[in-house]
Design a protein around this ligand. Structure first.
Ligand code: AKG
Length: 324
């Protein structure tokens, strides 16, 4: 029954009309999309399917640290010069590496509070795992502790600097175990116009080792061209998304990792440590050595202000709660 349901809901997820219906139901969260459509000259309705194929033909403004002179600009920037030494070095390395690590950001109390609130929300059925069975999406809408952690100034101020625009929480994903998700770039799931105006922060909520399915990532891979629907056999039509689009996407990502000889790094961490990554950094979840080993952690995705946010894979604008 479960398998049948999964397959059936998989089919439903390929029908574009269903997303139009969901957009209609959630129209209150489309204000941001409407304003950005106007700003960037898109004349279609935000209810309709949208992808990179509909974006303006000019690429738009490139984030300042994705430009060739990024390192020099950082060296000249008084805000960067004023940073503590280890953070300054991490920021200087960002243009080349596409990630940075902040150790000891959250205290044991802050981490415990998030773990307790999440468990309570799961036990009471207020939040649940999504179709992957491993991710609790958007729990920050229900938990003050998760919201406070996701929007913590110690993270957001670094993101504002890295992206050169104010950054806002779009979603949280909480994990109790590893995701074991194959390498991908967030820009296939959460895309922006202009490209590159997304970043993610991943918070360890218990010790993370080689064995409990750590986050893995490929330094330097953020400089690869953005892989969007026109770069792999997505198989969609006017009315449907391709059934195997994501498998084709993952295969294309794996080819680019092999061709570029990128080496996986793992984020081994203590509770309260944070890793921040670039919109196009390839990353995923390593296989767990012990099935379902505990790996409490949280990923937060942030969009920059005044960019158009959409989901390339599902061809849908991002629904944004403007009161969050
Ligand atoms: O935590 C993981 O295992 C993967 C997280 C991830 O891929 C994401 O949040 O984009």
């Amino acid at each position: 029954m479960r398998k049948w349901l999964d397959r059936y809901s998989g089919r439903l997820r390929t029908i574009k009309a269903n997303y139009v219906l969901l957009n209609l139901l959630g129209h209150r969260r489309l204000g941001h999309a409407r304003r950005m459509f106007q700003r960037y000259g898109l004349t279609r309705s935000p209810l309709l399917p949208i992808s990179s194929a509909h974006m303006p033909k000019t690429p738009g403004e490139v984030p300042w640290l994705d430009r060739p002179d990024a390192r020099q600009r950082l060296l000249d920037d008084p805000r960067v010069q004023a940073l503590p030494t280890s953070l300054r070095q991490a920021v200087l390395d960002w243009p080349d590496k596409g990630y940075l690590i902040l150790r000891d950001v959250f205290t044991t109390d802050e981490v415990d509070r998030v773990n307790r609130e999440l468990q309570k929300l799961i036990d009471s059925g207020v939040v649940d795992f999504n179709f992957t069975g491993r991710k609790v999406m958007f729990a920050f809408r229900k938990s003050p502790a998760i919201k406070a952690m996701a929007s913590d100034r110690r993270i957001v101020e670094v993101l504002d600097l890295l992206l050169g625009r104010p950054m806002h929480v779009f979603q949280t994903i909480n994990f109790l175990t590893g995701s074991e998700q194959a390498p991908h770039s967030d820009s296939i799931h959460m895309t922006t116009y202009p490209l590159g105006y997304l970043a993610a922060a991943w918070v360890a909520l218990e010790p993370i080792t080689a064995d409990n399915g750590p986050l893995m990532f490929f330094p330097g891979s953020h400089r690869l061209p953005y892989l969007l629907n026109d770069g792999f056999a997505h198989g969609g039509s006017r009315f449907t998304l391709g059934q195997d689009a994501y498998a084709h996407y993952e295969a294309a990502v794996q080819r680019s990792i092999d061709e570029g000889r990128f080496n996986p790094h793992e984020f081994h961490a203590q509770p309260g440590d944070v890793l921040i990554w670039h919109a196009n950094l390839l990353h995923g979840g390593k296989k767990m050595s012990t099935a379902n080993a505990s790996r409490r952690s949280m990923a937060v995705h942030y969009f920059a202000e005044d960019v158009l946010c959409y989901h390339e894979l599902t061809q849908r604008v991002a629904m944004i709660d403007e009161d969050h």
